[in-house]
Design a protein around this ligand. Structure first.
Ligand SMILES: [Zn+2]
Length: 156
C-alpha cells in the first residue's frame, strides 16, 4: 500500500491510496481517479516519494513490506466519505483539546513517562520512524494519526 500526494488541474491537493505504483497509473488510465473536491479527472502525482504515514520529521519507511490498516477515502461512496471526514474532524478536535502538544519531543516525553521519570500525561507530537521503532522496542505504543480531513471551504 502506498500513498501519493496528488494534485488536480485546479490545484486541489489530496492523497490517493494505492496497492502499488502501477495501480495509480491504471486508475488514471481508466479515468476513475478523481479530485475529491471538484471531480476533475486531470489528476497527477505531486511528489515522487511514496510514504506510508504523514510524519513531519520522516519520509523514511522502516519496512516497505509491513502492512498497514487502510481504507479508501476517495473511491468509496460520497456519503461514507463525508461521514468519515466528519468523524476524523471530531477525532482531531478531541486530540487537540485533550492531548498536550509536545512537538518533536514526543519520543523523549513518551519514554520518560513510560520509565516513570515523568507523570503520566496525554501527549501528541511528531516522531520519526526510527523514534517509533525505539519506542516500540521499549514497549511504548504510538498511534499514527489520520490526516485532518480536507476543508472544502478553504480549498474553494
Ligand atoms: Zn480539484
Amino acid at each position: 500500500m502506498v500513498i501519493y500526494d496528488l494534485i488536480c488541474d485546479s490545484r486541489h491537493e489530496f492523497e490517493g491510496w494505492f496497492n502499488n505504483s502501477d495501480d495509480l497509473v491504471s486508475q488514471q488510465e481508466k479515468a476513475i481517479l478523481r479530485c475529491p473536491v471538484c471531480d476533475s479527472l486531470e489528476v497527477s502525482k505531486k511528489v515522487t516519494a511514496p510514504k506510508l504515514f504523514r510524519k513531519s520529521n520522516s519520509t523514511a519507511v522502516e519496512n516497505p513490506q509491513q502492512r498497514q490498516p487502510v481504507t479508501n477515502l476517495n473511491a468509496g461512496s460520497v456519503e461514507a466519505y463525508n461521514k468519515l471526514q466528519g468523524m476524523l474532524t471530531k477525532v482531531h478536535e478531541y486530540i487537540d483539546s485533550n492531548f498536550k502538544d509536545v512537538g518533536n519531543k514526543f519520543a523523549d516525553e513518551a519514554l520518560s513517562m513510560h520509565r516513570g521519570d515523568k507523570e503520566l500525561n496525554n501527549i501528541r507530537g511528531t516522531a520519526t520512524a526510527n523514534e517509533l521503532k525505539g519506542l516500540a522496542e521499549e514497549g511504548v505504543t504510538a498511534l499514527p494519526l489520520p490526516d485532518k480531513p480536507v476543508d472544502k471551504k478553504k480549498l474553494n
